[in-house]
Write a protein that binds this ligand. Structure first.
Ligand code: NAD
Length: 361
């Protein structure tokens, strides 16, 4: 397969352009800037799957009425130590930010808090919310699912049952937070999207066909598709595989139970007809300040991480890293180089913009 060809867009220029697109789509300036900042932030962190490649799909979802501008997360139930919020089908980056702010405020005051969020539009890169909590000095754990999006085969299966159900943990430390953040599928769906748009190829065992053969071909998930244009997972017959064999598959199931069934937002499926998809999120916030000796925790954690990282690498050019380090490195690189986008991905964004009467930079 030929290496994909990338163009590099300066960060500020891309962020301004994406903000203009969401303004033209009917978001107010604050929401448009938030969406743009989150998506470009995902590209900066190296997660192109959750970056601006999503813009055409977000615009489609908004046109279809699946996701709504200007919504606020409403409190359904407030138990003090825990609360359930409903995202009202608002843009995920808006309502998940509100839910995270709610959980942070409670945990900063009382030491801990559990927040369920349901009916949120696509919340994007889950690590963002762990980073928000870490900035406020809090540990956080986030179980996420995607109601109505059944894409992933459980361990040993060749049919779709789970969503890509991400999981994230953030631990604040003086040297910077440790952020673990991943999809429980072998690859995030966005990585299949990126590969189908001429970007980084998938591992050859990332997908499974309906016949049970391993595959790295995005057509397994999307069926036939044009070079540039929307991708529809309903047209493919295969599935993404759950990561980590039976253990990752079990974690995906727990994300569906906690973020989907418990919040009332719903699990990945079974679905009668594809349409609106929503993120659910169950978040646990914990303040190390309240929990015990914060300074001792920070020392023990920092010493331990340093020891883990001192582990002799298999490949001398690939040292052992802590979670979050690859993202920090990418951020530093891409702040300078700009955001790399394949021509197909960029054209898809330009087309979405043109549909709203906006010209590209
Ligand atoms: P991934 O496979 O790239 O894994 C990322 C995690 O692994 C990070 O914590 C990273 O720091 C760590 N990591 C990577 N390389 C490492 C190394 N060499 N050493 C140590 N740690 C390392 O991520 P993914 O599964 O492709 O997920 C990408 C993004 O997609 C995530 O931000 C996730 O939240 C998001 N996502 C969102 C949804 C949604 O519905 N909103 C669904 C699925 C995924």
């Amino acid at each position: 397969m030929a290496e994909p060809e990338y163009i590099y867009i300066p960060v500020a220029e891309l962020e301004g352009f994406i903000t203009r697109i969401f303004c033209a789509a009917g978001c107010d300036a604050t929401e448009a800037a938030r969406l743009s900042n989150h998506l470009v932030g995902a590209n900066l962190a190296g997660h192109d799957s959750h970056g601006v490649v999503r813009v055409p799909r977000y615009i489609e979802w908004q046109k279809a009425g699946y996701v709504l501008a200007g919504r606020r997360a409403e409190v359904v139930m407030d138990g003090g130590a825990f609360a359930l919020l409903d995202g009202q089908f608002g843009f995920g980056q808006t309502v998940a930010q509100q839910a995270t702010e709610f959980g942070i405020a409670r945990a900063v005051e009382h030491g801990s808090c559990i927040i369920g969020l349901r009916n949120a539009g696509h919340i994007g890169r889950t690590g963002d919310y762990a980073e928000m909590a870490a900035k406020a000095g809090l540990i956080s754990i986030h179980f996420v699912n995607v109601a109505g999006s059944v894409l992933v085969a459980p361990f040993g299966g060749r049919e779709r049952r789970f969503s890509t159900a991400p999981f994230s943990v953030g631990v604040p430390l003086p040297s910077g937070p440790v952020i673990l953040d991943f999809a429980t599928s072998l690859v995030a769906e966005g990585k299949v999207l990126v590969a189908s748009n001429g970007g980084k190829a998938l591992p050859p065992d990332a997908l499974v066909t309906a016949e049970g053969e391993l595959s790295g071909d995005p057509h397994t998930l999307y069926g036939d598709y044009p070079e540039v244009g929307p991708r529809n997972a309903a047209l493919g017959t295969g599935a993404i595989r759950a990561f980590g064999e039976h253990k990752g598959s079990g974690l995906a199931l727990m994300c569906e139970l906690l973020a989907g069934a418990l919040t009332g937002g719903g699990t990945s499926g079974p679905i009668k007809e594809r349409g609106r998809i929503c993120n659910g999120m169950l978040s646990i916030y914990l303040s190390p300040k309240h929990f015990g000796d914060e300074a001792a925790f920070q020392r023990a954690a920092a010493d331990y991480i340093a020891w883990v990282k001192s582990c002799g690498p298999i490949d001398p050019d690939a040292p052992v890293l802590a979670p979050g380090e690859p993202e920090n490195r990418r951020r530093a690189e891409r702040t300078v180089s700009g955001i790399p986008l394949t021509r197909e991905a960029w054209q898809g964004i330009l087309n979405a913009a043109a549909g709203l009467g906006i010209n590209g930079p």
